[in-house]
Design a protein around this ligand. Sequence first.
Ligand code: GLP
Length: 288
Amino acid sequence: MELDSSFDIPPSSIPYYRVAEFASNLRVIIEKDYAAMSRRAAGIIAKEIRSKPNAVLGLATGSTPLGVYQELIRMHETENLDFSGIRTFNLDEYYRLRPDHPESYHSFMSKNLFEKINVKPENVSIPDGMATDIGLFCENYEKRIKDAGGIDIQLLGIGRDGHIGFNEPGSSLGSRTRLKTLTEETIRDNARFFDNEGEVPHFAVTMGVGTILGAKKLLMLASGSNKARAVRDAIEGPVSAQVTASVLQLHPNVFVVLDEEAASMLSRSAYYVYVERMAEKFEAEAGT
Ligand code: GLP
């Protein structure tokens, strides 16, 4: 992908206040590979934690955020990144999969992040797929997010069909936390984590699209060419319930961090790279 030669940073007469406006809307950041994408996204989360030690983080599962979690653990171990005041809410959990099942999102989060940082267990919330009254649980989950002051930054992956959380195509763009039926494509995609496809749950409890839109900042990640179409549809396609990630276009404060493969179907990559360079220059000068 030709990213470097298309634009030059214009002379100092450029109206930097315009860049500030760009920087606070939808920033598409394209990094060379998965490792660089992970470092960049972890840096955004670390900045949030350092500026607000009691920040509320919205967290995600899947293979995509693993590198971010590794980087946050490294920063905790070597750079004193402190999670002791942090509260977390996870996006989703499989329905009727016991929390101690190795493929539950409870297990995933413990193993890949919580056991290795100093977050307090009482500050961690993950949807309870075992709740007897799921409707009531979902209402309370929404209330707990609200009582915590709302989510400061919500981390998101993206499904190959453009879903966020488990908000499959057709989900209402105003939806709140609820039980969702997974599509065949998602069940097949997630089968790689289970012994066989028959074991993959067909339902999940997930924050709704409206819940996600309520976060103060969104940080969506995508890596690899198998996500390129979903990324293009989400960022450059129409806002539609058929691609729930497209709702990011409606939010005022979004970072989309991609590797080059995931960005490969975007038609405006060179422009995003140019805007990002300007935003970085502005931030360096403003000392933010
Ligand atoms: C699941 C999760 C999503 C995740 C998606 C993609 O559907 N509920 O939150 O974004 O998988 O996962 P991966 O990052 O493994 O491609």
